[in-house]
Design a protein around this ligand. Sequence first.
Ligand SMILES: Nc1ncnc2c1ncn2[C@@H]1O[C@H](COP(=O)(O)OP(=O)(O)OP(=O)(O)O)[C@@H](O)[C@H]1O
Ligand SMILES: [Mg+2]
Length: 275
Amino acid sequence: MEHALEVRNVSLRFGGVRALSEVSFAVNDGELFSIIGPNGAGKTSIVNCISGRYRPTEGHLFYHGRDITALKPNARAPLGIGRTFQNLALFHHMSVLDNIMVGRHHLLKNNFFTGALYWLGARREELEHRHKVEEIIDFLDLQSVRKATAGTLSYGLRKRVELARAMALEPKLILLDEPMAGMNFEEKEDMARYIVDLNEEFGMTVVMIEHDMGVVMDISNRVVVLDFGRKIAEGDPAEVLADPHVKRAYLGEEDEVLVDPDDAPDHPPIAERVA
Ligand SMILES: Nc1ncnc2c1ncn2[C@@H]1O[C@H](COP(=O)(O)OP(=O)(O)OP(=O)(O)O)[C@@H](O)[C@H]1O
Ligand SMILES: [Mg+2]
């Protein structure tokens, strides 16, 4: 199987802080891949290296076999790498629709001047964009809030609008930094279903950072675990959670509750509930 993404020996330093140390893993095309680890483990840092926001101090990143280490973020987006942020990055004063349109920015061929000269072409292009945006609005059930100002929406809905904006770029690889953080149970369930669907129906390869172990267990094909900037485990979810290094990494984190794969769940897994 072709690797959609390969992270090879990536290290990242901020002055004296070693955010990442020789991290390597590969994500298969079409996979739903999760990155887990305690706070400060380097999860967002690795996603920032993949999206191009951070340049690794050492190591390389390959996207479908191509070395993208030196490419700027705006050169990676057109290749099909999209992302959401751990802290919401929406334009709060703009409508939901306009926020999603912003996601298509790099796909707009006509700028103002050529658009004015060839307005027929520009008009056709705009209609095409509208059509795509409407498709995403339908997919994420955002019809009722499409004209609402983003800043007025609930946190859960704003996270969904951010996902819509990332999808609007039509990425082949989508990076999701804690898409369910701060959500209640129902919102998480919905978000998990959307992520499974965008992976299965839209065929997007997903790299997701998530703290909720139940969700990670239920929907990921494979998981990599970081701790203090190092990879400590990689494999299928049950395998990884049973790993003694992983158990140790989470010990002492009062707010982290590891799910023991041998424990009988008292509720059906999300994958079943959302099916
Ligand atoms: N821009 C930066 N400047 C300085 N240090 C940074 C920067 N970004 C990250 N770090 C440091 O790198 C380490 C890893 O941070 P990172 O945000 O990647 O962790 P994380 O696993 O995403 O944590 P969390 O679960 O809290 O989101 C931390 O020690 C952090 O303080
Ligand atoms: Mg983070």
